[in-house]
Write a protein that binds this ligand. Structure first.
Ligand SMILES: Cc1ncc(COP(=O)(O)O)c(C=O)c1O
Length: 376
């Protein structure tokens, strides 16, 4: 029976948010109506309530909601007082928004290569530290925590700030502790496709530091603590009331969704035996939440086309590493500077992974991948 199902053609999306909505429609609809009833559209009590619950979830003292993960990174840089002439070290293998926050405050992103787990390589950091370096941003990429102790020890030794980019890692654990409280601040994205996704744009910051929280509360709200009194030039980066209410409703399901993602990842890791497909390596200290499941193959376009013909959609995270993006051409990096990040960009394929993916779909994907025959 399973065998029969595995051979019948299926159409499997990379991600299907509609399926998730169908499992929580009553709660989401209720949340939306509650916001309308209170007309609490911009910031307000639903955002405050989500902040309280999200801080508890992250095991931190505070959380601050804002309008995107990119804004969260920008606000964190501002709160740390980083600015023109400063340098910030971060991985070349990440979504480019990790670097935007640095650029927005006129500081310089300084990239380093990734390790075999595709996260920032702690061994590559010290060579990049200069007297201008102010901070290190570690990214818990694909949902797998980076080596926090190793990076944190370097930050302490050189008196640098440590920031976590946890945009892909809501709920992940490093040595048993949730990500979000290891550095000065951690930045999250609630972009719809994230493990905890809004129904629009959204972002947040977790921290154990009340001074950062107070400053960011003000910065996100026109530099104001009291209406129409502005202490500094601020921004409108508040979170929408709808997003706060929806995120709070969805937060209750996050651990179960992450468990299901882990089960899908386990099925891939145990089921895919095709030597042409290299599976992601997992650190023993990390409890990943598998925002993405990224494999590498010699000819990624051939593999992607093959899977597409079999009805399986895939992604690429990311086809161009940050140091080779046109936006950063002025920093004068060259191909060859970061071999691991470049290898990954050239060979990466992300398989479908989300909580509502069925067992039959996962078996089908595994079977089709095992039947793949590379051209060369
Ligand atoms: C690692 C990383 N950092 C930052 C961001 C930016 O988040 P947002 O899209 O919410 O601005 C994302 C999301 O795409 C991300 O994956």
């Amino acid at each position: 029976m399973d065998q029969e199902k595995a051979t019948k053609k299926m159409n499997i999306p990379f991600l299907d948010l509609k399926r998730q909505y169908e499992t929580i429609a009553t709660e989401v609809d209720h949340a939306l109506k509650a916001v309308i009833a209170k007309t609490a559209f911009a910031g307000g009590p639903f955002v405050a309530s989500f902040e309280e619950h999200f801080a508890k979830y992250c095991e931190t003292d505070y959380a601050i909601g804002c309008n995107s993960g990119t804004s969260a990174l920008h606000l964190a840089m501002l709160a740390l007082g980083i600015g023109a002439g400063d340098e910030v070290i971060l991985p070349a293998n990440t979504f480019v928004a990790t670097a935007w926050g640095v650029s927005y405050v006129n500081a310089t992103p300084v990239f380093v290569d990734c390790d075999d787990y595709w996260n920032i390589d702690p061994a590559a950091i010290e060579a990049k530290i200069t007297d201008k370096t102010k901070a290190i941003v570690g990214v818990h990429l694909y949902g797998q925590p980076f080596d926090v102790d190793a990076v944190s020890a370097i930050a302490k030794k050189h008196n640098l700030f440590l920031l976590e980019d946890a945009a892909q890692a809501h709920g992940a654990r490093y040595k048993g502790t949730r990500v979000g409280g290891f550095g000065e601040m951690a930045c999250f994205s609630f972009y719809p496709g994230k493990n905890l996704g809004a129904y629009g744009e959204g972002g947040g910051i977790s921290t154990n530091n009340a001074a950062y929280r107070d400053h960011i509360f003000s910065l996100r709200n026109h530099g104001s603590q009291q209406r129409y009194y502005h202490d500094e030039v601020g921004f409108n980066m508040r979170m929408d009331g709808f997003q706060g209410a929806i995120l709070e409703a969805k937060l209750k399901h996050l651990d179960a969704w992450n468990d299901r993602r882990r089960a899908v990842a386990k099925a891939y890791s145990e089921g895919i035996t095709n030597a042409a497909v290299a599976l992601p390596k997992l650190q023993s200290f990390a409890e990943s939440v598998f925002h993405l499941y990224v494999v590498t193959v010699a000819d990624k376009n051939d593999f992607i086309e093959y899977l597409k013909a079999e009805g399986i959609s895939t992604g690429q995270h990311y086809p161009v590493p940050c140091h080779l993006q046109k936006a950063y051409a002025d920093l004068n990096y060259q191909r060859g500077d970061f071999p691991k990040s470049e290898f990954l960009a050239d060979h990466c394929v992300s398989l479908p992974i989300f909580a509502e993916l069925t067992t039959e779909e996962v078996s089908y994907i595994v079977a089709k991948i095992n039947q793949y025959q590379p051209k060369v």
